[in-house]
Design a protein around this ligand. Structure first.
Ligand code: NAD
Length: 401
């Protein structure tokens, strides 16, 4: 690619400090060009810090291990190293140069050559897994087996419902905290929609729509090439969050249409997944009896978007503008973060996800986007791709949790 170039280009465009944020639901990438952008972050501005005063609940420091400093430099990008209740105890990546770079960014001296070595360290209490998507489920199971809390980058499982079941059972058996860092969940609009939904301002959602549009004309680098030609609906969470992270409910059925692509990597003979599509559009039945339309597209020439809108019996919302019957809305502003923590990338959601995981451990409570919500977003996408391969057959979505 020219993104070949990628790692360096990405870094230059984005920079670690500014893996930075975009307004909720807004355009997130540079105008379409000949080169890919990853995360759609290039040119994005850093999100503004939330207002208000953060109150510490504890002076305890959780010893966190971070794994994965790949093409997106995701491990260090959530700001664990800046949280007053965290000590980054160790970092790991299979590539020594990536590992030492991450150690420097995280101001941490201890490194391990692999996650498998790191989890043996009894002083580590929690691990953030930012490895390649196909390894997430296996890596999280490995962490949980060693008695540690775990958070993971999306998706929780990669194309396998069996792996999802296995991880679910492991989380339940371990009694440890599990969280998936779905970035849409803490975007300003999705956060506000959740508060209004909880307060009854929408009633039931009759219809929801979400999009994850990310133009990938060329293969973006990834560990063992997992991104090349990947089925779009195996990465559905940025769109599905606009229903699941608003209502905390689930999808029960799906039918999905795929579009054959003019882009080489999204042609069946050119990828390891035999995936023939560049765009997959899913129509889903919700547990409330409504419907949702969720698009994941890698081959439409868009600037890139992670967005969604909700339409309820009592009100509707696009962006942060509510229109409806509810006159006394709850506080829609995201709460303050520790003064040392930036809101960060993906609409200022990064700092929130990290803070939520840390706070859930401190308060010994379920984190937002726990294992149940994670699979309510991921599993319908896996089934959606199966449906697309069958020409749009209506299929049941297994209810893992
Ligand atoms: N908005 C979002 O939520 C968002 C955006 C970008 C990336 N992501 C996710 O973040 C993750 C990382 O993305 P990426 O593009 O950097 O991936 P990548 O494939 O480029 O890098 C993965 C890294 O994990 C390391 N790794 C793999 N197995 C390991 C092991 N056993 N021990 C130690 N290190 C190991 C590899 O060496 C590699 O550097 C992906 O799962 C991706 O889906 C999410």
């Amino acid at each position: 690619m020219n993104v070949s170039g990628s790692r360096r280009d990405f870094f230059r465009n984005v920079g670690l400090g500014s893996l930075g944020a975009v307004a909720a639901g807004s355009v997130m990438a540079a105008a379409p060009g000949t080169e890919n952008t990853m995360l759609g972050e290039s040119g994005a501005k850093s999100a503004t810090k939330p207002k208000g005063l953060w109150k510490p609940m504890s002076d305890r420091k959780i010893r966190v291990g971070i794994v994965g400093n790949g093409a997106c430099k995701f491990g260090p990008s959530f700001g664990f190293q800046d949280h007053p209740n965290v000590t980054v105890a160790a970092v790991s990546d299979l590539f020594p140069d990536r590992c030492s770079e991450m150690a420097k960014v995280c101001r941490c001296e201890k490194t391990y050559p692999s996650l498998e070595e790191m989890v043996k360290d009894d002083t580590i209490e929690a691990v953030f897994v930012a490895t390649d998507a196909p390894s997430h489920a296996r890596h999280c199971i490995e962490v949980l087996k060693h008695g540690k809390h775990v958070a993971t980058a999306v998706p929780a499982a990669w194309g396998s419902i069996e792996a999802a079941h296995e991880l679910y059972e492991m989380v339940k058996a371990s009694g440890k905290k599990y969280m998936m860092f779905e970035t849409s969940a803490f975007r300003e609009d999705c956060y506000a929609m959740r508060q209004i939904y909880r307060a009854g301002g929408f009633g039931k959602l009759v219809y929801t729509e979400g999009e994850y549009l990310h133009y990938l004309p060329n293969v973006f680098p990834s560990y063992k090439g997992w991104r090349a030609g990947a089925p779009q609906q195996w990465y559905p969470t940025h769109a599905n969050a606009y229903y699941i992270c608003v209502t905390e409910s689930s999808f029960t059925e799906v039918e999905c249409m795929g579009t054959p692509s003019v882009i080489k990597q999204f042609q069946a003979g050119n990828n390891q997944y035999k995936n023939p599509f560049g765009t997959e559009v899913a129509l889903l039945r919700t547990a409330e009896g409504g419907t949702a339309r969720m698009i994941v597209s890698y081959d439409t020439r868009t600037p890139g978007t992670e967005s969604g809108r909700v339409y309820g019996q009592r009100g509707v919302m696009a962006g942060t503008a509510y229109s409806g019957l509810e006159k006394s809305l709850p506080n829609l502003e995201r709460p303050p973060l520790p003064p040392t923590v930036g809101a960060g990338h993906h609409g200022g959601s990064a700092g929130y996800l990290m803070n939520e995981f840390v706070t859930a451990i401190l308060e010994d409570r379920k984190p937002m986007v726990d294992i149940a919500l994670a699979f309510r977003m991921v599993v319908p996408g896996i089934v959606a791709h199966q449906s697309a391969l069958k020409g749009g057959e209506l299929m049941k979505v297994p209810q893992i949790a």
